[in-house]
Design a protein around this ligand. Structure first.
Ligand SMILES: C[S@@+](CC[C@H](N)C(=O)[O-])C[C@H]1O[C@@H](n2cnc3c(N)ncnc32)[C@H](O)[C@@H]1O
Length: 214
């Protein structure tokens, strides 16, 4: 299992012909593979990282919230695309992973745009004020719908909500059995009927929802 649903040659070709990965992001990805082994699958990686960067640029985002920092790849990718004075707030519960993230952010001129908040996202989100230009949801899947409902009111009209792993390559979202599969399937169904947004599921990596707040 590689965390992808598109065949590897097409995935690799797409990454190779997309926005180039910065040297620091590549170094961060390699360090994560060395240090965390199989957990490295959690990282969004080059192709999705490039896509997130592009979304930040297209939406002209200045304030972005991320749920799920891990070792900091997606946070740094988005921070690289933010303008000077832009802000990326990222939430996680894991000190060891985020210590590694901070080590890399400190090496980047874009690291000063990133603010890490440690603690369960359900507790941290209510303290955050809007408006946000973009939210990237990539933390525990069982809470996706809670995160969506908590974050959506804080996103400005015309802002974006981006959600990772919505086709869940580690399970079966078409015929959900376990709690994670059921949570993601229920989340996708809720978004489908949510009139507050216009949303599309893209088959990048293992599924990314991009939603525009009406
Ligand atoms: C898939 S990883 C994020 C990957 C990251 N976006 C990247 O590209 O490197 C999910 C992260 O969510 C964090 N997490 C899990 N439960 C959480 C919670 N209740 N609140 C905040 N973060 C949580 C985990 O510690 C993990 O680092």
């Amino acid at each position: 299992m590689n965390g992808k649903i598109v065949s590897i040659p097409y995935e690799e070709y797409s990454a190779a012909h997309s926005l180039r990965e910065s040297l620091l992001l590549r170094e961060l990805a390699e360090d994560t593979k060395r240090e965390t082994g199989e957990d490295a699958i959690m990282q969004v990686g080059h192709l999705e990282g490039a896509f997130l960067k592009l979304l930040v640029r297209i939406s002209k985002a200045r304030r972005v919230l991320e749920l799920g920092t891990f070792t900091g790849y997606s946070a740094l990718a988005m921070a690289e695309a933010l303008p000077d004075g832009g802000e990326l707030i990222t939430l996680d519960i894991d000190k060891a992973y985020t210590d590694a993230a901070q080590k890399f952010w400190a090496k980047s001129p874009h690291g000063k745009k990133i603010t890490l908040m440690l603690g369960p996202a359900l507790k941290t989100i209510p303290a955050l004020t809007g408006p946000l230009d973009m939210v990237f949801i990539d933390a525990d899947k069982e809470n996706y719908l809670n995160y969506w409902n908590m974050c959506l009111p804080k996103v400005r009209q015309g802002g974006l909500l981006v959600v990772d792993n919505v086709l869940w390559s580690l399970g079966n979202v078409l015929h959900p059995q376990d709690a994670t599969e059921k949570a993601i399937a229920a989340f996708n169904e809720a978004v489908r009927t949510d009139r507050r947004v216009e949303a599309v599921i893209l088959t990048i990596r293992d599924g990314v929802t991009v939603a525009l707040k009406r």
